[in-house]
Design a protein around this ligand. Structure first.
Ligand code: HEM
Length: 161
């Protein structure tokens, strides 16, 4: 009896505190949807991250970090970073649930030619910079985790021979 009821009460108060935190986060749409719906369903990831314009701003900061990171910056020596930023912003916007305006290569084709061939260490370095960017922008950890889960789905393709 206590077990289940305690768990229920705990879950209910966790949900309530999540909802209570919503107004402090202007990019959450919790206020735009009925309360009952907000309780069971979070806003789509892209909206929680602030939408396509926020992704563009994040990508700028992200590549600033990548180009300063000795573990990976050499890969971008001959890359057109204006095009790269635009392609990455379009890719992420789509990957996080937005419109598909990405017109670049698929992930295997985009990375296969890089020398030396990319390893898990390179991948993790990119993820580090991505996480640091979102943290700097004040994105809640929960949303950073969700974004990283999406980025992780590209790993096999990015590292493919
Ligand atoms: C290109 C995404 C990981 C280095 C690209 C492009 C995208 C992309 C969308 C543009 C492709 C095009 O313009 O056709 C991603 C995603 C990654 C990832 C989602 C997941 C973490 C990495 C890693 C490295 C890397 C780990 C190296 C450390 C590059 C370079 C280019 C590129 C150098 C440009 C290649 C060129 O100039 O032709 N990536 N990437 N990427 N990526 Fe990644």
């Amino acid at each position: 009896f206590t077990g289940i009821n305690q768990a229920r009460t705990m879950l209910a108060s966790m949900r309530t505190s999540r909802l209570a935190a919503a107004p402090a986060r202007p990019n959450r749409v919790a206020i735009l949807v009925p309360k009952a719906a907000a309780e069971v369903k979070q806003a789509p990831l892209l909206q929680r991250l602030g939408g396509p314009d926020a992704i563009k701003a994040a990508v700028d900061i992200f590549y600033g970090k990548v180009l300063a990171d000795d573990r990976i910056k050499h890969y971008f020596e001959s890359t057109d970073m204006v095009k790269q930023r635009a392609h990455q912003a379009a890719f992420m916007t789509y990957a996080f649930g937005g419109e598909n305006k990405y017109a670049g290569k698929d992930m295997a084709a985009a990375h296969r030619h890089l020398i030396p061939h990319l390893t898990e260490e390179h991948f993790n370095a990119v993820v580090d910079n991505f996480v640091a960017t979102l943290q700097e922008l004040g994105v809640p950890q929960e949303d950073i985790d969700d974004a990283c889960a999406v980025v992780a789905t590209t790993k096999d393709a990015v590292l493919a021979e």
